[in-house]
Ligand binder design. Structure first.
Ligand code: ATP
Ligand code: SF4
Length: 342
């Protein structure tokens, strides 16, 4: 079965200053590569989590897929069709089948429209009459577990969890095959987070939708995703089946992120690992392995040679970019005694 979404060598470059200023200030490369050669596939009904510190490029990947930010190079194919470089009219056709859930659902909803009007909007845009659109709005409310009388409320009258449900309902309006969810549980209490995640998981089972989730929250990733990708400075440094990565992270950056997880695996013997230093500037990428300036296991070679992707022996779907990958949980306490040489 061909993938629903196929992203190949995606690169998104932002200019940091105009050409004249760059000339005047002698800056030879007045741009940053926010996304740098990212490739992945997503199949029907599958959930992929994108994880990484702030500024690692997660939202830029999502925006490129949604056609909100043109890629500098690379390919994005949706349902087998290349969608980079389409005209706005052509893009409108495929955007029916992809939906985005934004980080701030109340802020992204017009405050002057009732929930029912907000849910009718996507149908109006596609030419549906009022009565049919109202019926569809009520169907969507039911689908996300809200009573029909919620249709009369305004966004400011909704709790965080209810607003998130309305966000999900809007995303579902045109029967998408793919939902891109940017921090779907940010700012919610833990119990409400669980409700929203269960809702997404139920809808995915029921409707077979693929979901790309962008989040800082590793509990969300473990709860809902089939696969996860860890981003650092615009690149995937580790990608694979979520459970496999949680049990046996191979990249030191992943290990450190997982060790900070507030709900660690009860079987884990690992203490919290601080990632030293700041995230490097994208204007001056570190040489070799770009994580070497912060890696507790870095050796001389790491600063010189860029690590190509390797596959995990126990699961070829699990790959990582590290010259000295971690061998397993039981070894980590020992390895933590090794002091960095760079
Ligand atoms: P967060 O978790 O904080 O949302 P992120 O991982 O989603 O972060 P992005 O928002 O994709 O990261 O940003 C990646 C890099 O690109 C950052 O350095 C950011 O400052 C830069 N960036 C994003 N949008 C623009 C833009 N429109 N112009 C210039 N730089 C940008
Ligand atoms: Fe650390 Fe070296 Fe692996 Fe990079 S290649 S993550 S610096 S051990």
């Amino acid at each position: 079965m061909s993938p629903l979404l196929s992203v190949r060598d995606l690169r998104v470059r932002f200019r940091t200053m105009g050409p004249l200023k760059a000339l005047a200030t002698g800056v030879r490369q007045p741009f940053i590569d926010a996304v740098c050669g990212v490739s992945f596939e997503l199949r029907k009904g599958e959930t992929l989590g994108l994880v990484g510190e702030s500024g690692s490029g997660k939202s830029t990947v999502a925006r490129a897929i949604m056609g909100l930010r043109p890629p500098t190079s690379g390919s994005i194919a949706f349902e087998g069709q290349e969608i980079t470089g389409l005209s706005p009219a052509e893009r409108k056709l495929y955007l029916r089948r992809m939906a985005m859930m934004f980080q701030d659902p109340i802020g992204s909803l017009s405050p002057r429209l009732t929930v029912r009007s907000l849910l009718m909007e996507p149908f109006h845009i596609h030419g549906m009459k009022d009565r049919d659109a109202a019926t569809e709005a009520d169907r969507l409310l039911g689908l996300v577990g809200l009573p029909a009388d919620f249709g009369r409320r305004y966004p400011h009258q909704l709790s965080g969890g209810q607003a998130r449900r309305v966000g999900v309902a809007r995303a579902l309006a045109l029967d998408p095959n793919l939902i891109v969810a940017d921090e779907p549980t940010a700012g919610l209490d833990v119990s409400v987070q669980g409700e929203v995640l269960n809702l997404l998981a139920r809808l995915q089972d029921q409707l077979g939708i693929a979901i790309l989730i962008i989040t800082h929250n590793l509990n969300v990733v473990r709860h809902i995703t089939d696969r996860m990708a860890i981003m650092y400075l615009g690149r995937f440094v580790e990608v694979g089946p979520t459970e496999h990565i949680f049990r046996q992270p191979r990249h030191p950056y992943t290990e450190a992120l997982l060790s900070a997880n507030p709900e660690p695996d009860p079987d884990a013997v690992i203490d919290r690992i601080e990632i030293k230093g700041e995230v490097p500037s994208l204007l001056k990428r570190p040489s070799g392995c770009e994580f070497h300036t912060r890696c507790r296991y870095a050796r001389e070679m790491c600063a010189k040679v860029f690590p190509e992707p390797s596959q995990s022996g126990s699961d070829p779907a699990h790959s990582f970019k590290c010259h000295f990958p971690l061998e397993g949980r039981w070894q980590r306490a020992e390895r933590s005694l090794v002091s960095p040489t760079v």
